[in-house]
Write a protein that binds this ligand. Structure first.
Ligand SMILES: [Zn+2]
Length: 286
């Protein structure tokens, strides 16, 4: 295929369309609204540009002009969207806001040092879990108990199938929502990164992953190597615990860079994506 043929065909987008027909939380059809992930209150607003990455004429990058309006996935019904917004999003935004200082270029944070900030672990974890389900609507289908527990406002939410919620800090201006991504390091050490869904949006990166011990055949798993704390237990915190010191609930809090946006690592990794699972990237203004 020549470059001109390829251009005439238009871009080949990576991942699937960030739009679904049924709600990624309750499963009802119709009335699907824009679910901002992370919540708009956490800075995911107008000036944040989103785009779908793709390949055109052999070049990988944003296809078309990135659009303002923040990163959103059209996958939650209005009821689920406003329920999550009313209950959990403010706690998420407050946590993100309190961490902002630690991601300023001028702030010295020792590797893996845990910043002294307070948060509501149960509310923050529920907020991002809804977001991760919005990013990958297959989670509701493959693990129905998660949505059942969330929607019934269960006092403790147990992830099935050895799934883990992991978190780290990030200073990157590039943001990303990805579903069902498998990354393999093909140069150097044998490493992998496998997630059901991930959200990269400064100052936080989140991943819902299968228990790394279950996939030793791929080599070392990146989130464990980088020391992303396992915060699955935050889902069991009562929602009235609104001021817990982060230093008391994680032992490390590394600052990380996505391999695909790190020039030193980019060529060492390949990423496999499903053309049914959404992928969206974006740029956060300075
Ligand atoms: Zn719904």
């Amino acid at each position: 295929m020549t470059a001109s043929n390829s251009a005439a065909r238009g871009p080949q987008f990576l991942g699937g369309r960030p739009r679904s027909r049924v709600c990624a939380l309750c499963g009802r059809a119709g009335g699907i609204t824009r679910a901002h992930v992370p919540p708009q209150a956490a800075g995911n607003t107008g000036e944040v540009r989103r785009y779908r990455p793709g390949v055109l004429a052999g070049t990988l990058g944003p296809q078309g002009v990135p659009q303002k309006g923040g990163l959103f996935i059209e996958s939650l019904c209005a009821d689920c969207n406003s329920w999550a917004g009313a209950n959990y999003d403010r706690a998420y935004a407050e946590f993100a806001k309190r961490l902002e200082f630690a991601t300023n270029p001028g702030t010295l944070v020792l590797p893996r040092e845990v910043p002294a900030v307070n948060l509501a672990p149960g509310l923050v974890a529920r907020s991002i879990l809804v977001g991760l389900m919005a990013v990958n609507p297959r989670i509701r289908i493959n693990h129905p108990t998660i949505a059942e527990q969330l929607l019934s406002e269960a006092p403790e939410i147990r992830l099935p199938g050895q799934l883990q919620l992991r978190v780290a800090m990030t200073r990157q201006r590039s943001a990303r929502l990805a579903a069902a991504s498998t990354m393999m390091r093909v140069l150097g050490r044998r490493q992998f990164n496998l997630s059901l869904a991930e959200v990269w949006f400064r100052p936080l990166a989140w991943a819902l992953i299968p228990e790394p011990g279950n996939t030793p055949q791929f080599g070392e798993d990146l989130v464990t190597l980088e020391g992303w704390p396992d915060v699955t237990e935050w889902l069991c915190y009562s929602t009235d615990r609104t001021s817990v010191d982060l230093r008391n609930i994680v032992r490390a809090f590394p600052t990380v860079v996505h391999p695909r946006t790190d020039p030193r690592q980019r060529d060492s990794w390949v990423e496999m994506l499903s053309d049914e699972a959404p992928l969206l990237e974006g740029v956060i203004p300075r």
